[in-house]
Design a protein around this ligand. Structure first.
Ligand code: FAD
Ligand code: SF4
Length: 469
C-alpha cells in the first residue's frame, strides 16, 4: 500500500452476500479512516468541493478525521448535508467529488464517500446532533414529499428559523431511499430513519399518509392553512414501459413495483407475508441503478438473473460500484441487446424474452452513441419473470390540481435551477419532480437552492409588507 492507492474498504464476500439482504459494504474502522484521511493533501484550491452539488467543505471534514475529531467532522458535513450517511453510501462519487480530486491524476482519488460515511455513521452511533437553529421566525412553509429533495429543503429552512411541515403520501418517510434502494445498499432503520430523526430534531414536523392533490391541495395549503410558500419534492414515481408485445403478461413487473414490495413491504423478510414473484430466471431490462437494484434483489430471492441493456459497458448509467458488485455476485450482463418481445405461454405467463443485438452509431441528442439494431441477430433468453427498469416520470396528480403550475412535455414541473421558482410565485420545486429520474445528491442540491430561493422570496415579501403597513 502506498499513497497512490486508497485504503480498501471491508465488504461481505460475494458468495455469502448473494444469499442475504445484509449491507454489502461494511465501511471503514477508525484506524482505516484516519489512514485514508492522511491521503488528502488539504489542497489550497480544493477541486473536490466544486464536484459536490451541495458544496460540502470536504478538506475541512477530512482534516477533522485526521485529527480524530470525529464529531466535529460530522458537524462540518452537516452544515451542508442533511443525509451524509445516505450520500456516503449511494452517491456516484466517481463522477462528482472523487472525479475531481487531484489525487486521482496519478493514483486513486481520496475515498471521500467512504470517509463521509464513516463520519456520519460515527455521529449516528454516538448520538451526535447537527448544530441547531437559534429560534423560529414564525413563517410557515410546506414541503411536499420526504425524499432527499424535500428533506434537504426542510432541514435548510428549519436552520434559517422557518416552521416547516413535510407532507408525505406514504406511511414511511424517505422517498426512494426507503421504497427504492434495497436494504443491502442502504439500511433503513440504522441509517435512513436515524438521519430523518436528526432533521426532526431541527424542529421539522413530518405528516405521513397525506396525498397532496387528493387529501388537500397546494391551493388550500396556501390560501386556507396559513403556509406562505410551498416546496414540491414529489419525485418521479411513474414507471415507463417499452410498448413491446407481451408486456401485459403475468410475470412482468416495473422495477418500482418489484422493489417497493421488497423494500417498503419487506417481502424479502420471512416474518412478513407480502407476496413477491421471486422467479427462477429473471430478465431485468435497463442499465441504471434501478436495474442493478432489481437484479440484485431478484438474485437474493433465489433467481438466476440476466441484465439486458441496449448500449455498451461505457454507457452503463449505474454507479461503477453497483455494476462491479452485481458482476461479482454472478449476474449475467447482456450488453448491446434490446428486447423485441416478451414470450408468453398458453396460460398467459412469461416464458422468455426475444432480444436483438445492437451496435453503436452516431451520437444522439443525449450525446451518447445511438444504439442501432443488427438485422437478423435476434435470439431468445429463457425467463419466467421480466422486470422493466427503463426510467420514470412524475405523477401528474400535483400539476393537475394546482393553479398556474406549468409542466413540460414529460410532465416535469418547470422550475428555475438557481432557486426552484416555478411559474407560480410562492411555489418552488426541485429534485426528480423537475429533472425526471436523477440522483440523490442532485435532488439534495435542488432542495438546498430552493430553500435559499424561498428564504429570499419570503424576506422580500416581509420587507414589502413593512413598507406598506
Ligand atoms: P423521491 O425520493 O422520489 O421522493 C419523493 C417523495 O414524494 C416520495 O416519498 C413520494 O411518496 C412523495 N410524494 C409523491 N407525490 C406526493 C403527493 N402527491 N403528496 C405527498 N407526497 C408525495 N440515486 C443515487 O444518487 N444513487 C443511487 O445509488 C441511486 N439508486 C437508486 C435506486 C433506485 C431503485 C431508484 C428508484 C432510484 C435510485 N437513485 C439513486 C435515484 C434517487 O433515489 C432519486 O433521484 C432521488 O431519490 C430523488 O429524490 P426526490 O426527493 O426528488 O424524490
Ligand atoms: Fe483532498 Fe482530493 Fe479535495 Fe485535494 S482534491 S482537498 S486531495 S479530497
Amino acid at each position: 500500500m502506498n499513497d497512490l492507492t486508497r485504503i480498501p474498504v471491508r465488504e461481505q464476500e460475494p458468495e455469502i452476500r448473494a444469499g442475504n439482504f445484509e449491507e454489502v459494504c461494511l465501511g471503514y474502522e477508525e484506524e482505516e479512516a484516519v489512514k485514508e484521511a492522511y491521503r488528502c493533501l488539504n489542497c489550497k484550491k480544493p477541486l473536490c468541493i466544486s464536484g459536490c452539488p451541495v458544496a460540502i467543505d470536504i478538506p475541512a471534514f477530512i482534516m477533522e478525521i485526521q485529527q480524530r475529531n470525529f464529531p466535529k467532522a460530522y458537524q462540518v458535513i452537516s452544515r451542508h448535508s442533511a443525509l451524509p450517511a445516505v450520500c456516503g453510501r449511494v452517491c456516484p462519487q466517481e463522477t462528482q467529488c472523487e472525479g475531481k480530486c487531484v489525487r486521482g491524476i496519478k493514483g486513486e482519488p481520496v475515498a471521500i464517500g467512504k470517509l463521509e460515511r464513516f463520519a456520519a455513521d460515527y455521529a449516528l452511533e454516538h448520538g451526535i446532533s447537527p448544530e441547531k437553529p437559534e429560534k423560529t421566525n414564525g413563517h410557515k412553509v410546506a414541503v411536499i414529499g420526504s425524499g432527499p429533495a424535500g428533506i434537504t429543503c426542510a432541514g435548510d429552512l428549519a436552520r434559517l428559523g422557518y416552521e416547516v411541515t413535510v407532507f408525505e403520501a406514504l406511511h414511511k418517510f424517505g422517498g426512494v431511499l426507503v421504497y427504492g434502494i434495497p436494504e443491502f445498499r442502504l439500511p433503513k432503520e440504522k441509517v435512513v430513519e436515524k438521519e430523518i430523526q436528526k432533521v426532526q430534531e431541527l424542529g421539522v414536523k413530518f405528516e405521513k399518509n397525506v396525498i397532496i392533490g387528493r387529501s388537500v391541495t397546494i391551493d388550500q395549503l396556501l390560501e386556507e392553512d396559513g403556509f406562505e410558500a410551498v416546496f414540491i419534492g414529489s419525485g418521479a414515481g411513474l414507471p415507463r414501459l417499452m410498448g413491446i408485445p407481451g408486456e401485459n403478461a403475468n410475470g412482468v413487473f416495473s422495477a418500482n413495483e418489484y422493489l417497493t414490495r421488497s423494500n417498503l413491504m419487506r417481502a424479502f423478510d420471512s416474518s412478513y407475508d407480502t407476496p413477491i414473484a421471486a422467479g427462477k430466471r429473471v430478465a431485468v431490462v435497463g442499465g441504471g441503478n434501478v436495474a442493478m437494484d432489481a437484479a440484485r434483489t431478484a438474485l437474493r430471492l433465489g433467481a438466476k438473473v440476466h441484465i439486458i441493456y441496449r448500449r455498451g459497458e461505457e454507457e452503463l448509467p449505474a454507479r461503477a460500484e453497483e455494476v462491479h458488485h452485481a458482476r461479482e455476485e454472478g449476474i449475467q450482463f447482456h450488453l448491446l441487446r434490446n428486447p423485441k418481445e416478451i414470450l408468453v405461454d398458453e396460460k398467459g405467463y412469461v416464458c422468455g424474452i426475444r432480444v436483438i443485438k445492437m451496435e453503436l452509431g452516431e451520437p444522439d441528442e443525449s450525446g451518447r452513441r445511438r444504439p442501432e439494431e443488427v438485422a437478423g441477430s435476434e435470439y431468445v433468453i429463457d425467463a419466467d419473470t421480466v422486470i422493466m427498469a427503463l426510467g420514470t416520470s412524475p405523477n401528474p396528480l400535483i400539476s393537475s390540481t394546482t393553479k398556474d403550475l406549468n409542466v413540460n412535455k414529460y410532465g416535469c414541473i418547470i422550475a428555475k435551477e438557481e432557486n426552484g421558482q416555478t411559474s407560480r410565485e410562492n411555489v418552488f420545486a426541485g429534485g426528480d419532480a423537475v429533472t425526471g429520474a436523477a440522483t440523490v445528491i442532485l435532488a439534495m442540491g435542488a432542495g438546498k437552492n430552493a430553500a435559499i430561493g424561498i428564504h429570499e422570496y419570503l424576506t422580500k415579501q416581509e420587507e414589502k409588507n413593512e413598507y406598506t403597513d
